[in-house]
Design a protein around this ligand. Structure first.
Ligand SMILES: [Zn+2]
Length: 320
């Protein structure tokens, strides 16, 4: 059973990567995909799509043939200019399409997310599934995206991650083949293909690692950075020259505000507002009495334009 569930999940990914996420009924149910196709229908991740009036003639495999009528319960008659009238299975005029609403619901159920937590970000392409917190203090923000090989889609998701302050906690599930193309905006992020993570079982996806009792996606052990803001969101740490600085609340707020700001720049008082400070005028450096090294390494005042700008370390180029 589980082999067919794995094939079904792989087929589902393939279909989601096609433009309209649709497949002809004959291709789905009469050929090599049959078992996987039945599984997708049973779980309702595929549903009936538009009925065709024209099909490719199955006799010659070349001409476009018009559907004349149904004959009996499972056959149709079609007319091909080359082959004349041909009788064939009715699946040929059917199409099946991915039922994205149901798919997103299933993913949410499978990850134990609250039912109302999913949010559409790009229609039919990118969703935020919700936030889980299996280990206290270590939330994971889950996303699902198709067509992630398209840099425009990847960029849109990246923008959303930043808006959600989820750059450090995001796990992205996709139907796209990995690795993502060189230079993808999501290089360095935690992205995994659905069919390599899970199989579609009865009314849920079973994540492979669940069988061993561990969490869905064990966090990767990464070496600590040298000069980087990568762990500001998750741990409240900044690194300068290999030294770890534990940030105070306001320091963390300031860095995160600049990380999330457009072009990583903010005017003085806007920065103050976003940090929840009532000081006027807002003077960022005053809050870095401790951890001056962090201020020097990552915050720059641009006098001509009167803005504070984030300094992006080499190590952070891939995500900032
Ligand atoms: Zn023909």
């Amino acid at each position: 059973m589980s082999a067919s569930q794995i094939l079904a999940t792989e087929l589902l990914c393939q279909l989601m990567e096609s433009g309209k996420a649709e497949i002809n009924g004959k291709a789905l149910l009469c050929d090599e995909h049959e078992v996987a196709g039945q599984q997708l229908l049973k779980e309702r991740v595929l549903v009936l799509g538009p009925t065709l009036s024209w099909v490719t003639c199955p006799e010659c495999g070349v001409e476009v043939a018009k559907i004349l009528r149904e004959i009996g319960s499972k056959k149709i008659r079609i007319r091909c200019d080359e082959c004349g009238d041909v009788d064939t299975g009715h699946e040929l005029q059917r199409t099946y399409k991915v039922n994205f609403n149901h798919l997103i619901t299933l993913l949410g159920i499978s990850l134990d997310l609250s039912p109302s937590s999913s949010k559409l970000i790009v229609p039919l392409k990118v969703w935020r599934l919700g936030i889980s917190e299996k280990i206290r203090g270590k939330p994971i923000t889950w996303y699902f995206a198709r067509h992630l090989n398209d840099p425009a889609v990847a960029k849109r998701l990246l923008d959303q991650l930043r808006m959600d302050h989820a750059s450090q906690t995001a796990r992205i599930i996709t139907s796209s083949d990995l690795p993502l193309p060189d230079g993808s905006p999501l290089t360095g992020y935690n992205v995994a293909k659905l069919s390599s993570l899970a199989r579609l079982s009865q009314s849920r996806f079973l994540f492979f690692t669940e069988r061993s009792g561990s969490q869905a996606l064990p966090p990767k052990e990464e070496p600590l950075p040298t000069t980087s803001l990568r762990l500001v969101q998750e741990k409240g740490w900044a690194f300068v020259g290999g030294i770890k600085y534990e940030l105070e609340g306001m320091q963390k707020n300031m860095l995160l505000s600049l990380i999330d700001a457009h072009a990583h720049r903010l005017e003085r008082n806007v920065l103050g507002e976003r940090c929840g400070s009532e000081a006027f005028p807002f003077q960022p450096i005053k809050f870095f009495g401790r951890n001056k090294e962090v201020y020097k390494a990552f915050v720059k005042y641009v006098p001509g334009e009167k803005v504070y700008e984030l300094v992006i370390a080499d190590e952070d180029q891939d995500w900032l």
